[in-house]
Design a protein around this ligand. Structure first.
Ligand SMILES: [Fe+2]
Length: 136
């Protein structure tokens, strides 16, 4: 491989890593906003607005991360994806509580998924980030 090709791959990996990092920040921000809105007893429309943004954003982010993992033949793909599935399931459960007006449940569920996502970012996503940085 030529030096030029190698540096292009390394640029691509660095760029992917930076973009993924930025996406994680937005995801955590949206979750914080959701927890805050639930805590403050904000109107249901405000809560469902934030919630919908979070769901759409998470789905798009997980898909792009999964695509990148496949492109890179990443070795922790299966376990990583099962975390994503678990988070999307948890978001579905929040939607169900929200729809049936159980806002007390929503608060607890939102806090627990926030913890889970933070942990996921600090462990599985971090491992993938290190992997990307290591691939030159
Ligand atoms: Fe992830």
């Amino acid at each position: 491989m030529s030096t030029e090709t190698m540096s292009k791959i390394s640029d691509f990996n660095q760029k992917s890593h930076d973009e993924t990092d930025a996406e994680h920040r937005i995801q955590v921000e949206l979750l914080n906003e959701l927890c805050e809105a639930v805590r403050k007893n904000s109107p249901p429309t405000v809560i469902s607005d934030i919630f919908q943004q979070l769901v759409d954003y998470s789905k798009a982010h997980f898909l792009s991360e999964e695509l990148l993992m496949r492109q890179m033949s990443y070795d922790d793909y299966e376990d990583h994806v099962s975390d994503h599935v678990r988070m999307l399931d948890a978001l579905d459960e929040i939607a169900a509580s929200q729809a049936s007006g159980k806002s007390v449940l929503v608060a607890g569920q939102a806090e627990s998924i926030l913890k889970f996502i933070k942990l996921h970012i600090a462990t599985r996503d971090q491992r993938f980030a290190d992997f990307l940085r290591g691939v030159k």
